[in-house]
Design a protein around this ligand. Structure first.
Ligand code: FMN
Length: 224
């Protein structure tokens, strides 16, 4: 499975089998996480065989079950977009390895003995990983035209492919508070839209930019 195929196959999965992730897959995930941390100055950490974060309270409310593997999303202030971008790269890698996932902002309990959060860092949430009881379901796909503008007509195919991939991205509460613009000089601008209730706007923006790049082809894009 390619990363582009993973974009189509991925859906949030909240219930998991009691099936450990094989050591070679754990190794590939750790390598990808280490590389992303080095490249972008992040502090994501993979926690395995740790069922407590999703064992009680808010996690039950969110209908999560069987989760004992997750990526802790930690970074310094101002790096949220990078966290979204690189976290989603790992999500898509996981999908290519036959694993399911779910970004989780709130409905888990913190287990500080299992990871570290520096004094200048913030824990933004986790990504649950594992073998899902199901493959999840496709979220409602909204009309792409409402999510972009283009100063270039006709709109190039690569841009539309990028938009299609962006529309399949996970966003907090499925709010999709983003918009893309193809500028007259050929550069692409991606912005958040206003929201009072969503504190994950920058993380969401990083996630959708990751999808856009994979859909459009990185070689076609110059970000504004
Ligand atoms: C930053 C972020 C935080 C999220 N937090 C939660 C959460 O706390 N609980 C939950 O059940 N789903 C959470 N989700 C998953 C979204 O609800 C889900 O991505 C969205 O409904 C779209 O569905 P899909 O991922 O199946 O395409 C989160 C997603 C993102 C990107």
């Amino acid at each position: 499975m390619t990363l582009q195929e993973a974009i189509v196959a991925r859906h949030s999965v909240r219930q998991y089998k009691q099936q450990p992730i094989e050591a070679d897959k754990v190794e590939q995930l750790r390598a990808a996480i280490d590389e992303a941390n080095r490249t972008a100055g992040l502090h994501m950490q993979l926690v395995t065989d740790e069922p407590e974060a999703f064992a009680k309270g808010l996690a039950k409310y969110g209908k999560f079950s069987g989760i004992s593997n997750y990526i802790v999303l930690v970074c310094r202030k101002g790096l949220d977009e990078q966290l979204g971008y690189h976290g989603e790269r790992v999500v898509l890698l996981a999908q290519t390895l036959g694993l399911n996932s779910c970004w989780v902002g709130l409905t888990f309990s913190r287990q500080p003995d299992h990871y570290t959060v520096g004094a200048d860092e913030q824990l933004h949430g986790v990504i649950a990983l594992g073998y899902g009881l199901t493959q999840g379901v496709q979220h409602p796909v909204r009309p792409t035209e409402k999510y972009y503008r283009s100063a270039v007509q006709p709109v190039p195919e690569w841009f539309l492919r990028g938009m299609e991939a962006a529309m399949l991205a996970p966003t907090a509460m499925h709010m999709q508070k983003f918009e893309f613009e193809l500028l007259a000089d050929g550069r692409v601008a991606a912005r958040t839209r206003f929201s009072l209730v969503n504190s994950y706007l920058k993380i969401d923006l990083g996630i959708v930019k990751c999808h856009f790049e994979l859909g459009a082809g990185q070689e076609n894009i110059r970000w504004a």
